[in-house]
Design a protein around this ligand. Structure first.
Ligand code: HEC
Length: 249
């Protein structure tokens, strides 16, 4: 009897520990962690056949529409939360009737797209609420953000000869627009600075009225296309906005 009680206790402690670990890692879940079920992907396959395959083809290889599997597709959506891909699909697809499906059906279709991209299923269904805390990464796990994609970060404006730079930059994150969305600039104001440096290119395409010489040493919200070459990282700027007139940490 005593033994049984101990076994029960150990099982409970083990279960609680697992829950705590799972909560601690919640932010770092990726599509490699089995984030949908096989049954869900099957449901998604049927919905895909009915609503998507006429343009993207039964095997997702695309034709007139882009492929929904393979390297190019993953490069479009990796190093970002699943929510970005989901939001695109839900608000833009099927192309002739955007938003016309039930949210759960969109989630099922997303599960099917993941399974067709050879990500493994797991024991818990994917839910709309979880999308923001799951990152889409390639088969080898997290990798650098692909070049020429839209990113955003915060940094300190500095001049080096003819060039402008953002120093002490936070780690860039992917974004989907050239201009900040609601709340994005405010979030930058609160974001801690980091250790990156980005050359700024095409400053002339900036919002009228932003003169870099008026913002030297300011903390800026930056948005644009990621460049990368032997000189280091750069940003083809689409938006700069001062979020603090000092860069003191
Ligand atoms: C009438 C044709 C059509 C249908 C039906 C359709 N799509 Fe598309 N889809 C397109 C076209 C064209 C594009 C490229 C243009 C764009 O991005 O808006 C596209 C783009 C996409 C992309 C972005 C691909 C990339 O390369 O990043 C995704 C994801 C997508 N569709 C998913 C879906 C899903 C899921 C469905 C079904 C719910 C669906 N589409 C139904 C025509 C279609």
């Amino acid at each position: 009897m005593l033994r049984l009680r101990w076994i029960v206790r150990i099982v409970i402690i083990a279960a609680l520990t697992k829950v705590a670990v799972a909560q601690g890692n919640e932010k770092h879940k990726t599509v490699l962690d089995g984030v949908f079920t096989a049954v869900q992907a099957e449901r998604g396959k049927a919905a895909y056949a009915a609503h998507c395959s006429s343009c993207h083809i039964e095997d997702l290889s695309g034709l007139a529409a882009p492929a929904l599997k393979g390297e190019q597709f993953l490069d479009n959506w990796r190093e970002d939360s699943l929510k970005s891909l989901f939001t695109f699909i839900q608000t833009r697809m099927p192309q002739r009737a955007p938003g016309s499906l039930k949210p759960e059906m969109y989630v099922d279709i997303l599960s099917y797209i993941l399974s067709a991209n050879t990500y493994s299923s797991g024991s818990t269904e994917l839910s709309a609420d979880a999308l923001g805390s799951i990152d889409l990464v390639g088969k080898d796990g997290p990798a650098p953000i692909p070049k020429f994609t839209l990113i955003t970060f915060t940094g300190c404006l500095a001049r080096a000869g003819d060039e402008w730079k953002l120093e002490n930059a936070s780690a860039p994150v992917r974004t989907r627009q050239e201009k900040p969305a609601d709340g994005e600039v405010k979030a930058s104001a609160e974001k801690p600075l980091g250790t990156g440096t980005f050359r700024l290119v095409y400053l002339d395409s900036l919002s009228p009225g932003f003169l870099p010489e008026n913002h030297v040493g300011h903390k800026l919200h930056a948005q644009g296309y990621l460049l990368s070459n032997e000189k280091g990282e750069g940003l083809s700027v689409t938006w700069l906005e001062s979020v603090a007139s000092t860069c003191a940490k």
